[in-house]
Ligand binder design. Sequence first.
Ligand code: ATP
Ligand code: MG
Length: 415
Amino acid sequence: MKEKAHQILAAADWLLSKDIQAVFSAIDRDGDSARVVGGAIRNTLLGYSVPDIDIATTATPQDVMRRASNAGLKAIGTGIDHGTITVISNGFPYEVTTLREDVETYGRQARVVFGRDWTKDALRRDFTMNALYVDRHGYLHDPLDGLEDCFARRVRFIGDPDMRIREDYLRILRFFRIYAAYGEGDMDADGLGACLRERDGLRHLSAERIGHEMRRLMAAPKAAIALRMMNDCGLWEIATGGLARIDDYDALRALDGIAAETRDPELGLIVLAGFVREDVDRVADRLRLSNSERRRMMTGWTVYKQFRQADTWPDLKWLLYVHGRQGAIDGLLAYWAAFEGQYRTGSKPDFSKSLQTLRTADIPIFPLKGADVIALGHPPGPGVGQLLKSLEQIWRESGFTLDKKDLMSRVVINV
Ligand code: ATP
Ligand code: MG
């Protein structure tokens, strides 16, 4: 198994690249060693792309700074207090972190110091599959026997799960997120039990940290399974302060092959937690959504409500015109999920056809502006808006076919 890992890793583009080899040449010298650790190894072994590369080293942060600069690489010391230096090689950032170990001080309070022991560094990490290291030649170092778990896609805590969670409650969310992204088979029972027992600790986490992990969880392939588990363990309510409509979310993710938007947290959150408008605001606050994420959620929710409450199928072109393509598609998909999930009533609309229309139809553009009716002699003022509104209605009823000239000919000015 180790041989197989070596073959995969030694052939990885990112390890063969001149950029990372330059970082190794700078740091992995003079009695110090450096190894890539964490997600880059896990993702490579499992066949995923590698978005960022973390390097662990025995060199002190000061030595990393100095050696990188001497080698002509840019070194940024923003994380220097935690032992992390960002080394930029040919434009690519590498997070280089000095090995750490826990030192017992007062009672149970752990203090962290820089160290030179790879096993101790591994013991501080979260899951066995995240504690794999590789040197510059692609040789794997596996101090805690995580390789088997990695290939089997088993997400298991290092050490006693309850204790590890108490050190950092974010690990509860990481457990579900890493499972959703890379896991296979049942979730690890010991880990799940610990998450359940320690769940109250989630209340200590900042909204930013919760939001960051939950967004990433929702983008993952097995998000529906992980969220159902979280909900069953009482975690969703603590993390977000609300109820989750898991069946609807399952139905949304069953549409993964049909629409890429199903992995977007904004849409996922409408389906899961946006039952009434207040829920949308609460979830957006609780997960610290950005203004644009919040806007997208609110627009999609508004369209979703229109689908749910309408007696007849809404005018899709009008939805595109009023809410834009993204909002219209989000709303349709949210309704589709809810229909398949809980609210299946009456005959099933042709969702695929409507989705196709929303994706491909031109968005109507209303051909008139206020200046046009003023040019015809209408006095400026609030009346202009009212007139435009009624013309817009006529335009809509024409199936968006009337052009500027047609509409201008209908303007009657009573001065
Ligand atoms: P990805 O980059 O895809 O999110 P990753 O596993 O690389 O996955 P990072 O947040 O980049 O995640 O962290 C890098 C490594 O640091 C992890 O693989 C793990 O070994 C360790 N780590 C990260 N967060 C924690 C944590 N909260 N507790 C313990 N170890 C952690
Ligand atoms: Mg990473």
